[in-house]
Design a protein around this ligand. Structure first.
Ligand code: MTE
Ligand code: HPA
Ligand code: MOS
Length: 766
């Protein structure tokens, strides 16, 4: 069994929030949201909505019993708008009705008079006007300014990357049920049950123990539900708190697209300095992050952008500065990679531009600067267990890069209208939450008297396979079959104070806690066996394959018998354990420390064939040598790598979020926002599991896998760029993702309109 949910998934029997049986008396909520991106609310009229049959109540900020505030890092985000609205889609009021249809219909009967205020959608413009979420930060190694003077070549440029819609299959939603004494049981489609619990308690003005949050699984999160499930949960809970009735809200796709935040678009300036031997001596980068209307997770995302400014290269003199810019867009949020991919796109752009200026292959610069064991990152940590070169050379040799190049060159020599392009994309991604305190987790294990086992952790299953991995950890530690183990829902009453399932660290953190709990139980059970079997001091007792072994021989006590014996002896068959990643620290005054438990490395070779008449393209292959460590589940890990690669390609080449100058989302449906489909998937994805030792901090030495492979998608951008160059060798190409077929076509024929060099994405305005 590779994936515990596979059976119920294929039968359509897996339960998501909207599948939970609805309790009698349940009411339905729907948000009335701002029809403009920035303005002052002059009046709000919902009398017509209230008179509609079936409408129970319309709630506004005035009905909030606690704080009208959901900002987790910066208190700058009201749950419901009061005097101003700051983005198109900002919740203003909540209709509560007897049916979902009635609630939605009533929303259309609400009217607000809003005096328009200036709309800013561009991060550079926001920055110029001083609209920053938090003060800028700068990370430094060496002295870039001085080092540029000693460089043979200095190249400058700009790189823009667009946002990305999470498009989890299951939209946001929450369902609150009132219990006695004001308690609320809340079902939420969230990666962060504790964040939901904390936010709801804050908005209602009640202690956290009044709120129980339960999560069975998500139909995808991708970061979009790390923090942004909070508002929907708080809204339904507010209604339940006021009305003492169950209240449910599951967003329609277009509501979700309009109201929820996305990956941060970034606009960046770079300057890169190299010596004749192609060593990068200096790199200076300024990131303008488009944060949207409120902080949400933007400061943490910005921090990870700074951490990953160098991707997988050693750059002795580096200065990276980041601005988190407040704009009138929905608040952008966590998205697979958490700001890392945006930083890596910039350094890869800088290297590509330098290669073009110097007339050398991009790969020559990449290869000459790969991190080596002991190299210092600009944040103080040193590369330990560095696999950068190993991954690169393995990819080069295993997949015969020289041959791939030869094939592409031959093809290009013989084809006038189709061109091939190839790019290498090496990656390095730090594993740990960048906030030290978030690197903790708990687990609770019950062994029932029949020998079956119930496991609870803080991990949320969102399709990434964490439940399967937790079952494997428990089965291995207790030496029992997987069929004895059941993964419980994620519940704040069973496991408190959880970090969100995020940062690719869920299996590491929760798995280590689970190991500790299982180890304690095993020790206890072995002590029971020793007494029961009358084992002598000098004899060894082991639990293996569901039975007790004494000095390597079957001891005559099976798992069920052992559990019965322990129970009869009144031995505790439950255990709760807590884990905190050791040895990590970071000092934000010096911007130095040891923030990551370990790094994940890998290298991809991406090949594309471009149709130069149409601007359409097919990715021929993505061939990867990846550092999984000792993968504990190769099917799950391969699935994560493949999914992440396709999602990365979507971000870089297809998914074009467009807001107009008034801040309205134009790409507001799947007809106008293109995510990868089966035709966008590379013809071949070949992921090689490189033989690497893993890390002590990785669960069973199986390295974190959720986010890192997404960044191979950046290789798709540069492969495509190289294919364009094969057609128009001297084209002036900007660095502006996504490189959509439309932009490719314009780049292929610059003579038709020299002003049409791709330049719009990344900037939110159209
Ligand atoms: N895979 C699936 N199928 N669905 C998801 O929502 N989220 C990604 C990644 N893989 C996601 C996914 C993100 S953003 C992260 S941080 C990790 O999974 C979280 O899970 P992990 O910590 O267990 O890797
Ligand atoms: N990744 C994901 N979520 C986070 C992080 C991170 O590094 N830091 C804080 N929240
Ligand atoms: Mo992932 S962006 O850390 O949820």
């Amino acid at each position: 069994m590779s994936f515990v949910d596979a059976n119920t998934h294929v039968r359509g029997e897996s339960l998501y929030l909207d599948d939970l049986p609805v309790v009698t008396g349940t009411l339905y909520a729907c948000v009335y949201s701002s029809p403009v991106a920035h303005g002052r609310i002059r009046s709000l009229d919902y009398t017509a909505a209230l008179t509609m049959p079936g409408v129970v109540r319309v709630l506004t900020a005035a009905d909030i019993t606690g704080e009208n505030q959901i900002g987790g890092i910066v208190p700058d985000e009201p749950l419901l708008a009061t005097d101003t609205v700051d983005f198109w889609g900002m919740p203003i009021a909540l209709v509560i009705a007897e049916s979902d249809e009635t609630a939605r219909a009533a929303v259309h009967a609400i009217q607000a008079e809003i005096e328009p205020l200036p709309v800013i959608t561009d991060p550079r413009e926001a920055c110029a006007q001083g609209h920053l979420i938090v003060p800028p930060r700068t990370f430094r190694l060496g002295d870039a300014e001085a080092a540029f003077g000693a460089c043979d070549f200095v190249i400058e440029g700009r790189a823009d990357s667009g946002g990305q819609e999470h498009l989890y299959l299951e939209t946001h939603g929450a369902y609150a049920i009132p219990l006695e004494n004001g308690h609320i049981k809340l079902y939420s489609s969230t990666q962060g049950p504790t964040a939901v619990q904390r936010t709801v308690a804050r908005v209602l003005g009640v202690p956290m123990h009044q709120i129980e949050v339960d999560v069975t699984r998500l139909g995808g999160g991708f970061g979009g539900k790390e923090d942004q499930a909070n508002s929907w949960a708080a809204l339904v809970s507010l209604a339940t708190h006021r009305l003492r009735r169950p209240v449910k809200y599951v967003l329609h796709r277009m509501e979700d697209l309009r109201m929820s935040g996305k990956r941060h678009p970034y606009s960046s300036d770079f300057r890169i300095g190299l010596t004749k031997d192609l060593k990068i001596q200096a790199y200076q980068v300024t990131f303008y992050q488009n944060a949207g209307a409120s902080a949400d997770l933007s400061p943490a995302v910005m921090e990870r952008t700074l951490f990953h400014a160098n991707n997988t290269y050693f750059i002795p003199n580096l200065t990276a500065t980041a601005y988190s810019c407040r704009t009138n867009l929905p608040s952008n949020t966590a998205f697979r990679g958490f700001g890392g991919p945006q930083a890596m796109f910039v350094i890869e752009s800088a290297i590509a531009k330098a290669a073009e200026a110097l007339g050398v292959a991009t790969t020559d610069i990449q290869r000459a600067n790969l991190l080596q064991e002991g190299d210092e990152f600009h944040y103080g940590q040193r590369a330990e267990g560095c696999e950068a070169l190993h991954c690169w050379t393995d990819a080069e040799e295993r997949f015969d890069l020289a041959q791939l190049r030869q094939e592409a060159d031959d093809f290009n020599a013989h084809n006038a209208l189709n061109k091939k392009g190839i790019a290498m994309m090496p990656i390095c991604f730090g594993i740990s939450f960048t906030k030290k305190w978030m690197n903790q987790a708990s687990a609770l294990v019950h062994i029932y008297t029949d020998g079956s086992v119930g496991v609870s952790t803080g991990a949320v299953e969102m399709g990434q396979g964490v439940n399967m991995k937790m079952m494997q950890v428990a089965a291995q530690c207790l030496s029992v079959g997987l069929e004895r183990i059941r993964l419980e829902t994620t519940n704040t009453t069973r496991i408190a104070n959880t970090s969100p399932s995020a940062a690719s660290a869920t299996s590491d953190l929760n798995g280590k806690a689970l190991q500790l709990a299982c180890q304690t139980l095993t020790e206890r059970l072995i002590a029971v066996a020793r007494i029961k079997l009358g084992v002598k001091e000098n004899q060894t007792v082991q639990l293996q394959d569901e039975q007790i072994w004494v000095d390597g021989q079957p001891g005559g006590l099976t798992w069920p018998q052992l559990i019965q014996e322990a129970y009869q002896q009144r031995v505790n068959l439950s255990e709760h354990a807590h884990y905190a990643t050791p040895d990590i620290h970071f000092d934000t005054t010096t911007e130095k420390g040891h923030p990551f438990a370990y790094h994940v490395y890998g290298t991809a070779i991406v090949g594309v064939t471009l149709n130069c008449l149409r601007g359409t393209y097919v990715f021929d292959y993505v061939k990867v040598s990846h550092d999984f460590g000792k993968s504990m589940n190769t099917l799950v890990d391969r699935g994560q790598a493949e999914g992440a690669i396709v999602q990365g390609i979507g971000w870089m080449t297809l998914e074009d979020l467009q807001y107009n100058a008034a801040g309205k989302l134009l790409s507001n449906a799947l007809s106008t926002y293109k995510i990868p489909d089966i035709y966008a998937v590379p013809q071949e994805i070949d992921v090689h599991f490189l033989d690497t030792p893993g890390s002590d901090y990785a669960i069973m030495r199986s390295k974190a896998v959720g986010e890192p492979p997404l960044m191979y998608g950046i290789g798709a951008y540069f492969a495509l760029r190289n294919a364009i160059r094969a057609f128009v060798p001297d084209a002036e190409l900007s660095f502006s993702a996504p490189l959509t077929p439309e932009k490719v076509l314009l780049a292929l024929y610059p003579a038709f309109n020299p002003t049409l060099v791709p330049q719009t994405a990344g900037k939110a305005s159209a």
